[in-house]
Design a protein around this ligand. Structure first.
Ligand code: NAD
Ligand code: UDP
Ligand code: UDP
Length: 335
């Protein structure tokens, strides 16, 4: 007789099945994480208030026996029974998180308190999706986890940056004070299918502009740099972090250290979409970091993790996703 764990190519099956809560599970990263965990044989409770997420991202799981969607705002207490928590709920792009900055801080801070309270009651592992934004506009490159950051506490990005910093503080205090097993991932810019088409992020903006035969808008002189991690690599990093020994809490950087100027990204998008439009230059937003690049030595040593997907390779499926969206919109009758 085949044992459950040896069937299905050695993937996890019901002998090690966990009930896993993913907050923000209808969002870009959350929905990919849910897919991967379902694929590993786990049971998923996806909690989301659909502020920036959409049911479309999880529609394919609607009737899946191991998937459950709960529409809920994490700033309110949540009582359910799970074995593990991934806390991803929070708008991630400046247009979204600056839309209601007070709610953004509440989501990070009250959301963290509630999910940590839940984890404390259940004595279960909890992972926080933190961000490279905790480094602010950094004076050191690339950023290592020991760098404390340079964050403006009162600027337009502060609701996100300081909210995430406070959430990290809460995670480490619950760990020290209550012995809670925590994991903190500092995620750097990630892209891929299911990104929001109007989230104002550079990858989605450039692709949507190119596909709509509009000029690509470069903010500033385009010489500022970013590093871009493909979503599949990032999800792999999050799961490895969750599965690492209790003694490893992070914070750990997860991102792709290959650094590109925004101008270089624009050129790649134009080439891959076949766009013939020129670029146009617009003012640089306030507090826009000049350079951002992760040092991933810790993730590599402690988790054996390295991103594998090169920018050109990851842009292709992302462009295909946006192309389908644009065609869908064009085909849908108006009104
Ligand atoms: P996203 O906006 O697509 O997903 C966030 C999800 O959280 C959405 O589905 C949204 O509806 C939900 N949400 C927001 N507020 C909520 C609330 N109060 N209660 C319940 N649900 C709520 O963004 P994403 O890119 O998938 O980001 C996911 C997480 O990863 C976020 O915490 C973000 O800060 C972090 N992160 C993302 C990136 C990136 O490049 N995508 C980089 C750094 C950190
Ligand atoms: N909480 C929750 N679900 C639970 C347990 C707690 O949402 O299963 C929330 C609750 O709102 C609480 C918060 O988590 O206020 C922090 O919990 P903790 O036990 O740390 O502190 P408390 O406020 O209960 O003293
Ligand atoms: N950017 C740009 N054009 C756009 C959107 C963004 O030139 O249409 C620039 C932006 O000024 C920043 C970089 O691209 O320097 C990355 O911006 P994004 O908002 O994607 O991420 P973040 O600033 O949070 O890293």
């Amino acid at each position: 007789m085949t044992s459950p764990s040896s069937a299905n190519g050695g993937r996890r099956l019901y002998d090690s099945r966990k009930r896993i809560l993913v907050t923000g599970g209808a969002g870009f990263l959350g929905s990919h994480l849910v897919d991967r965990l379902i694929d590993q044989g786990h049971e998923i409770v996806c909690v989301d208030n659909l502020f920036t997420g959409t049911k479309r991202n999880i529609d394919h799981l609607r009737t899946h026996p191991r998937f459950e969607f709960v529409r809920h705002d994490v700033t309110f207490p949540l009582y359910l029974e799970v074995d593990e928590i991934y806390n991803l709920a929070c708008p991630a792009s400046p247009v979204h998180y600056q839309h209601d900055p007070v709610q953004t801080t509440k989501t990070s801070v009250h959301g963290a308190i509630n999910m940590l309270g839940l984890a404390k009651r259940l004595r279960c592992r909890i992972l926080q999706a933190s961000t490279s934004e905790v480094y602010g506009d950094p004076e050191v490159h690339p950023q290592q986890e020991g760098y404390w950051g340079r964050v403006n506490p009162i600027g337009p990005r502060s609701c996100y940056d300081e909210g995430k910093r406070c959430a990290e503080t809460l995670f480490f205090d619950y760990h020290r004070q209550h012995g809670l097993p925590i994991k903190v991932a500092r995620i750097f810019n990630t892209y891929g299918p299911r990104m929001h088409p109007r989230d104002g992020r550079v990858v989605s903006n450039f692709i949507m502009q190119a596909l709509n035969a509009e000029q690509i808008t470069i903010y500033g002189d385009g010489r500022q740099t970013r590093s871009f991690c493909y979503v599949d690599d990032l999800i792999d990093g999050l799961i490895r972090l969750m599965e690492s020994p209790d003694t490893f809490t992070g914070p750990v950087n997860l991102g792709n250290p290959a650094e590109f100027t925004i101008r270089e990204l624009a050129e790649k998008v134009m080439r891959l979409t076949g766009s013939r439009e020129d670029c146009r230059y617009a003012p640089l937003p306030q507090d826009d970091p000049r350079q951002r690049c992760p040092d991933i030595a810790l993730a590599s040593e402690s988790l054996g993790w390295q991103p594998r997907v090169a920018l050109d390779e990851g842009l292709r499926p992302t462009i295909d996703y946006f192309r389908e969206l644009v065609h869908g919109q064009a085909e849908r009758p108006s009104g």
